[in-house]
Design a protein around this ligand. Structure first.
Ligand SMILES: Nc1ncnc2c1ncn2[C@@H]1O[C@H](COP(=O)(O)OP(=O)(O)OP(=O)(O)O)[C@@H](O)[C@H]1O
Ligand code: SF4
Ligand SMILES: [Mg+2]
Length: 414
């Protein structure tokens, strides 16, 4: 078959270059285009084989759009998506069909993503029917095996979605995504609709399946504790752009982009002995600007306490400022200025509020210890941290401690 993808074992599994998605805004009787929502506005990244890339950022920054673009559920407006060396940017539905076996998506809503009129057996066996795949031993046996693998029972085959809890439904969604043994799984907020206790189970399941099946993940989440536990590397998005891309430990311990630093300052330090390491919490005051008319220059300049004149006019490119760390900032943290000699704008200091850690109960009364080792996060990083080891990668998601009043209900949620 001409469209059969060629499998290679070298290079990244997924490579994205200058990816753009602008949603047109139309008005009037003639539906003339009057503008565009710049949901994803030129992003570059790779996903290596067997790794988990976490994607984090505030609501509306383009995470889901990016997920749908790389799985080709959306047509990009520009840029390039390469899967295993094959350019899939503009493949037709037919052209994508063989690749649908390799690229799967897990959706956020375990309630809305399963057809209530179909049995679990029919839902999980749909990919076999659609792809015309007949597994050895038959579809039913394969599906029952999949149900067992995700922690459900083979007897659930004839049941309907309404008979299941949220966590169980998400397991059904995971079984369906894994049915054809994909190589890349994009999970968009896979646990955010679930109770905290169930979140840990589902994240651990994803982790186990990755090890067992050699999967590569892109996991999108609001919750910084989930992202910390699942990711090898993390991409931080802001208003349609990637502003920082780094390995997990470096990003949490020594953020280089001011936006990342503000995000990470909200993460409670899980080790009570290191609580004093967090000296302050940075609260961003302004709202995220509209993606219809993003700010000129650096899009973060309206909320950045380090913004200078150049930030308002020149967009900072995403540059490798340390090995394996890409940052888009003229005045990064923990690195020399890209544009030296400029002083911060008078208005920049108004953009944030600094909350001393001493005000936070986290500094006074230790929160319950999480169930598994986690990477410590601190606001004032010293030296760049080493890359995480396999053992270092969290095995369980600790419930968010919610111990910082400055963050509202849950400081790890964006
Ligand atoms: N089909 C669409 N048509 C027009 N605008 C859209 C469409 N889908 C998304 N957008 C807009 O694109 C921007 C990015 O949306 P997206 O859903 O990707 O954000 P997100 O980071 O996933 O947010 P959240 O964390 O809330 O899920 C938003 O401003 C959204 O309103
Ligand atoms: S480029 Fe300027 S405004 Fe943007 S994050 Fe860096 S210092 Fe702040
Ligand atoms: Mg989303």
């Amino acid at each position: 078959m001409t469209n059969e993808p060629t499998r290679t074992d070298s290079g990244p599994l997924l490579k994205v270059e200058g990816l753009v998605k602008h949603f047109p805004i139309k008005k009037g009787l003639l539906q003339r285009q009057v503008g565009a929502v710049k949901a994803v506005d030129g992003i570059d990244f790779e996903v290596n084989r067997g790794e988990t890339l976490g994607v984090v950022g505030e609501s509306g920054c383009g995470k889901s759009t990016m997920g749908r673009l790389i799985t080709r559920l959306l047509e990009p407006s520009g840029g390039k998506v390469e899967f295993d060396g094959t350019d899939i940017t503009h493949l037709s539905t037919g052209g994508m069909r063989p690749l649908r076996r390799d690229i799967q998506m897990i959706f956020q809503d375990p309630y809305g993503s399963l057809n209530p009129r179909h049995t679990i057996g029919s839902i999980v066996s749909a990919p076999f029917r659609l792809q015309g795949v007949e597994p050895e031993g038959g579809v039913k046996k394969e599906v029952q095996g999949l149900l067992e693998r995700v922690g459900l029972s083979p007897e659930h085959y004839n049941r309907y979605p309404h008979e299941f809890s949220g966590g169980q439904r998400q397991r059904v969604g995971i079984a369906r995504a894994l049915a054809l043994k994909p190589r890349l799984v994009v999970a968009d907020e896979p646990v955010s609709a679930l109770d905290v206790s169930i979140q840990a189970q589902v994240v651990n399941l994803l982790d186990d399946l990755q090890e067992e099946l050699g999967l590569t993940y892109v996991i999108i989440a609001h919750d910084l504790s989930v992202i910390r536990h699942v990711s090898d590397r993390i991409a931080v998005m802001y208003l349609g752009k990637i502003v920082e891309l780094a390995d997990r430990t470096s990003l949490y311990e020594a953020p280089m982009h001011p936006y990342t630093k503000a995000l990470m300052s909200a993460v409670p330090v899980p080790d009570p002995r290191r609580r004093g390491a967090r000296s302050e919490r940075i609260l961003l005051k302004g709202d995220v600007p509209s993606p219809i008319a993003p700010p000129s220059g650096c899009r973060f300049h309206t909320r950045c306490w380090k913004a200078t004149q150049v930030c308002t006019t020149q967009e900072p490119p995403l540059l490798e400022l340390a090995p394996g760390r890409r940052v888009a900032c003229h005045h990064p943290e923990n690195a020399p200025d890209q544009v030296p000699g400029d002083t911060a704008l008078a208005s920049a200091g108004e953009a944030i509020e600094i909350v001393p850690a001493a005000k936070s109960p986290a500094a006074k009364s230790p929160a319950p210890e999480p169930a598994a080792p986690v990477a410590a996060a601190s606001v004032e990083p010293a030296a760049p941290a080493a890359a995480p080891s396999a053992e270092d990668k969290g095995r369980a998601v600790a419930p968010s401690t919610g111990d910082d009043p400055a963050a509202g209900e849950d400081p790890e949620k964006l």
